[in-house]
Write a protein that binds this ligand. Structure first.
Ligand code: DMJ
Length: 937
């Protein structure tokens, strides 16, 4: 048991307090009432400002929830770009992520208790009536057991918990008669067949109507599940048992947890990411605190809080010690192998681990929580959001961000524990970024790429279940909430379960390990947190002093080993094994690698990944050699990738009513104006005639000076470009002719030339899949004049333009003054040259030959050292390694945030990201995607 577990308080029934009170229980920190002592360094935020921010959160919630209810309900989720509901089966499959959708109005159920927290009691009452009236849990659809448990069962139970609380208060919900609980019970029984395995670990998926076994079920053949999937049931299942008296749910969830505990790797006390549900063998033996494992740890600690069973705390503490010993490398949290826990399994971190500082607060381990949170905040400040994955030198590894709430969650718990107003400022930044970059006219859209600012047509239900709750609570005073939040515990989906369940229907005996059960005398305790006097007894600068050394950890970071390698390159030293010669199958090479501290990780898809740990090298000289070798390998790989790929581009709709809020991910062209080197192109759009653009346009007057829309197909991309250019278009957007295609589901590709010289094409050309393209086509139908910006990265919205233009009707023409700031390519001197149409003699092959297939693109991103044979040039080394330590990702080319912020004129286009940095990110992005698409994030 850890030191924290050894105190006198471990046999006591859990007090009816909120999680942060457990900080007190765990670390004995909160012994005296909170005072108004703040650590110096962050000015206190006035009540007025906190209220203003709280109101802003309410307005944002209304925007998200209102649009879901108006445009999507009863569908599971809102598609905020196309402003309609996402109905499973009616949209192209997105793979595992769709398993959360069970045709049960997911977002409504997930939002129930948020409505009460946000003081929208009337709306809550309406929402509950809708759930009871409309939701069917008996659909013939295969859903994830994990997601259905945390979002739907948890949502129903959270709704029930607050419904009975309101009923007791005597004003609202007087008609309520446990109907949500009955639905929860019905759902619980529907999930039980999933546990019909010898291990007791549940199948990952179940058919809501047919269960597992029946042939119609279309599931039940799976052999593996993720640890979090099997280990994140106990709170909801125990609550269901205790609310209803039906003990079976709690029993099943306990059995699954017991099995996972038995299967932990005994020497490291870590668990892997995926496990075989029949044999209990670890399928993926890497171990971290993020994707695939995260909420298993969370539920062990919270099960102790809710159920008061010491065995859960013991297990948690055992795992926590292992995490802090092997995975925690403050401020980083890095995955390791369960059998060789000193060996890192990855060189990047995923966004889900952002919940961990919050859990550390609950555990009472504040220092590493502050450190990791600060590191994450800096990544956010750099990219506006936390990318799905980022490297240990803080470059984007996977650029997506589906509006995940974990960082807001940790911010809230850290504020509660420390009272440091710094965390209020962090929350304010989160609010600003959401409004600035993710808000669209019909809700909030996930970020497809945090670097370009492009969107995905999705707004996950957890955004409403969690994000708004944590942000609102962050700024709320006790009196702003109509009930005592401290009487509840948050599930992993932020649903609220009452702590009084710990003493209700306790049919399963507690495994209290202390033989002498001692009731804690807590009469001297004031459980209220934060208690900064105790937390920072001698030094009010404590929290700040922990953050301070980390302040520049992101900006000042260098890609691993660059400085040292740079020096050795300058000295002309070469590694004993050159990257270009390396063969993964050559035992001698492997021996050299080992000596240099370089380990080889075999990925599932057959590729290998190289990781260097200088500490494992035979000597410091070998370690230096290892760094040189790694640098060569990076250069070699990135050079090859650069040759074959271009980064994604952005099409941003800037006219009324979008004002830049809709950003579409676009594929680049290998010809025409390179948007990363030139200013963006802005103009109104017009459809070309013929729409395929394969012959001379019959409507040149319509496309002249505009951005022409052309349909994919029937001729080469380059030919289309020439035809619209000849008609006077300043740019072109090719829209996919495969109906339903989307960058959400298909990998982007670049439009290839026609195999001939394409230097005559001067205008920029971008490619949109059909769904993104139809957003523009729909906009034309509705608003007629639609203006877009073609660029390499979405530009900040222009607030002046937005506030100046208050159209009286939805169909008002767009602001014509906007034309005055058009940066059109027609002003480009280069373009003057091509004013006279050139003679062309093309006999085009069919178009598909022009575009590389997704598979070709994917191969380009692979690092397969055994296949490397091209020669990295010496010049390359000196150019990329010369000069100061630079982050290949953004620095020094990208203007710093301070520069941007201090320049009020910066908008629409002064935030260009250098091509190299985007290339590096884009290559990594594809690779990361390949590696992670199978992970259950
Ligand atoms: C939520 O559904 C839950 O928090 C879950 O535990 C994992 N993360 C998502 C949101 O990111």
């Amino acid at each position: 048991m850890s030191e924290a577990g050894g105190g006198p308080g471990w046999g006591f029934p859990v007090p009816q307090r909120a999680p942060w009170s457990l900080v007190a229980a765990t670390a004995a920190l909160c012994l005296v009432s909170a005072t108004s002592v703040w650590p110096a360094g962050a000015a206190p935020m006035s009540r007025e400002e906190r209220q203003k921010l709280g109101n802003q959160v309410l307005e944002m919630f209304d925007h998200a929830y209102g649009n879901y209810m108006e445009h999507a309900y009863p569908a599971d989720e809102l598609m905020p770009l196309t402003c309609r509901g996402r109905v499973r089966g009616q949209e192209p499959s997105r793979g595992d992520v769709d398993d959360a959708l069970g045709k049960f109005s997911l977002t409504l159920i997930d939002s129930l208790d948020t409505l009460v927290v946000l003081n929208k009691t009337k709306e809550f009452e309406d929402a509950v009536r809708k759930v009871l009236r409309d939701v069917n849990l008996d659909n013939d659809v295969v859903v994830s057991v994990f997601e259905t448990n945390i979002r739907v069962l948890g949502g129903l139970l959270g709704g029930h918990s607050l419904a009975i609380m309101l009923k007791e208060k005597g004003e609202y919900m007087q008609w309520y008669n446990d109907e949500l609980l009955q639905m929860a019970k019905q759902l619980g029984y529907k999930l039980l067949p999933a546990f019909n395995t010898t291990s007791g670990l549940p199948y990952p998926r179940i058919n809501l109507k047919f269960g597992i076994r029946k042939p119609e079920a279309r599931t039940g053949t799976e052999t593996d599940t993720c640890t979090a999937c099997a280990g994140t049931l106990i709170l909801e299942f125990a609550a269901l048992s205790r609310f209803t008296g039906a003990t079976i749910f709690e029993e099943y969830a306990r059995k699954a947890l017991d099995f996972l505990w038995e299967k932990r790797q005994r020497s490291s006390n870590l668990v892997g990411v995926t496990i075989n549900i029949h044999t209990g063998d670890w399928v993926r033996k890497d171990s971290g605190v993020g994707a695939g494992i995260d909420s298993y740890y969370e539920y062990l600690l919270k099960a102790y809080v809710l159920l008061g069973d010491d065995s859960f705390l013991e297990r948690f503490n055992t795992h926590y010690d292992a995490i802090m010993r092997y995975i925690s490398q403050p401020p980083l949290l890095l995955d390791v192998h369960i059998h060789k826990p000193m060996l890192n399994a990855r060189t990047w971190m995923d966004a889900l681990l952002a919940f961990f500082p919050g859990l550390q607060v609950l555990k009472g381990d504040i220092r590493p929580a502050i450190e990791t949170h600060e590191m994450l905040y800096q990544v956010i400040k750099k990219h506006n959001f936390l990318p799905e994955a980022f490297t240990i030198d803080f470059r984007v590894h996977w650029a997506q961000h589906p509006l995940r709430p974990e960082f807001a969650e940790s911010t809230y718990f850290l504020y509660k524990a420390t009272g440091d107003p710094y965390y209020l400022e962090v929350g304010k930044t989160l609010i600003e970024n959401l409004n600035k970059y993710a808000r669209v006219p019909c809700g909030f859209a996930a970020m497809k790429d945090v670097r370009t600012g492009s969107h995905e047509d999705r707004m996950d239900s957890f955004f409403l279940a969690e994000m708004f709750k944590y942000l609102y609570l962050l700024f709320a005073d006790k009196e702003d909430i109509i009930f005592d939040i401290e009487d509840y515990i948050f599930t992993t989906e932020a649903h609220l379960l009452p702590l009084w369940l710990s003493t209700t229907n306790q049919s399963i005996p507690k495994k209290n390990t202390t033989s002498e059960y001692t009731e804690l005398d807590d009469s001297n305790f004031d459980w209220t947190c934060p208690n900064t006097q105790i937390l920072f007894p001698n030094d009010p600068l404590y929290a700040q002093s922990i953050r301070e050394p980390l302040k520049n950890v992101v900006d000042k970071s260098c890609p691993r080993g660059i400085i040292r390698v740079e020096e050795s390159f300058r000295s002309g030293a070469k590694p004993p094994l050159r990257a270009r010669d390396f063969m993964a199958t050559n035992p001698e090479h492997l021996e050299i690698l080992k000596k240099m501290g370089v380990s080889l990780i075999h990925l599932k898809d057959g590729r290998v990944q190289l990781v260097q740990h200088a500490i494992q090298a035979a000597s410091s000289i070998d370690a230096e050699d290892g760094l040189r070798f790694m640098q060569e390998m990076i250069e070699l790989s990135s050079q090859q990738q650069k040759e074959q790929q271009l980064p994604p581009r952005a099409v941003q709709i800037v006219s009324h009513p979008f004002f830049g809020r809709v950003v579409l991910t676009a594929g680049p062209a290998q010809f025409g104006l390179d948007l990363s080197k030139h200013k963006e192109t802005r103009g109104f759009v017009a459809s070309s005639k013929p729409y395929n653009g394969c012959s001379e346009l019959t409507n040149p007057e319509a496309v002249m000076g505009k951005i022409a829309l052309i349909q994919r197909g029937q001729c080469m991309f380059a030919e289309k470009a020439r035809n619209i250019q000849n008609a006077g278009a300043i740019g072109g957007i090719v829209i996919d002719d495969n109906e339903g295609s989307s960058s959400d589901t298909a990998p982007l590709f670049q439009m290839a030339g026609d195999g001939k010289d394409t230097d005559d094409i001067k205008i920029p050309m971008l490619f949109l899949f059909s769904k993104e393209g139809s957003i523009i086509l729909d906009a034309i139908r509705e608003y007629e004049d639609v203006e877009v910006l073609l660029s390499d990265k979405a530009k900040d919205r222009d607030p002046e333009m937005e506030s100046e233009e208050q159209p009286s009707s939805e169909n008002d023409p767009p602001n014509q003054s906007a034309e005055q700031i058009i940066t059109s390519s027609s002003q480009d001197p280069d373009l003057a040259e091509q004013a006279a149409p050139e003679e062309r003699a093309l006999s085009p092959p069919p178009e598909p030959a022009g575009a590389p297939s997704p598979a070709e693109m994917d191969n380009a991103a692979n690092i397969s050292p055994s296949e490397q044979n091209s020669d990295p040039t010496e010049n390359h080394e000196s150019t990329s390694l010369g000069g100061e330590c630079t982050d290949l990702d953004d620095q020094p080319q990208e203007p710093s945030e301070t520069e941007e912020d201090s320049n009020p004129n910066v908008s629409w286009g002064q935030k260009a990201q250098p091509i190299d940095s985007i290339l590096a990110d884009w290559n990594e992005d594809i690779e990361a995607f390949e590696m992670m698409e199978k992970d259950e994030l």
